[in-house]
Design a protein. Structure first.
Length: 80
């Protein structure tokens, strides 16, 4: 089941990167992204979001996501 969801997330992330214009036309531009990243910030935001989704799903599929989350946030809960 992990692999199926991971592959689905990779496809969704790839769509964010490849079909950025479609997402902008259908969901509109982000005022926050345009203000933060400058002109074309919405396109950059969608592409970076797609790459992050792909990276996180690959980490989840290989079993590296859990240890990474524990190493980053484990100190907050006394798990390190």
């Amino acid at each position: 089941m992990t692999y199926i969801l991971g592959i689905l997330a990779i496809v969704v992330g790839s769509l964010f990167v490849i079909k950025t214009e479609w997402f902008i036309e259908n969901f509109g531009s982000s005022a926050w992204a345009e203000q933060t990243f400058g002109g074309g910030g919405t396109r950059l935001f969608y592409k970076v979001m797609g790459i992050v989704v792909i990276f996180i799903s690959m980490m989840a599929m290989t079993g590296l996501l859990g240890p990474a989350v524990i190493s980053i946030f484990g100190g907050l809960f006394g798990l390190q």
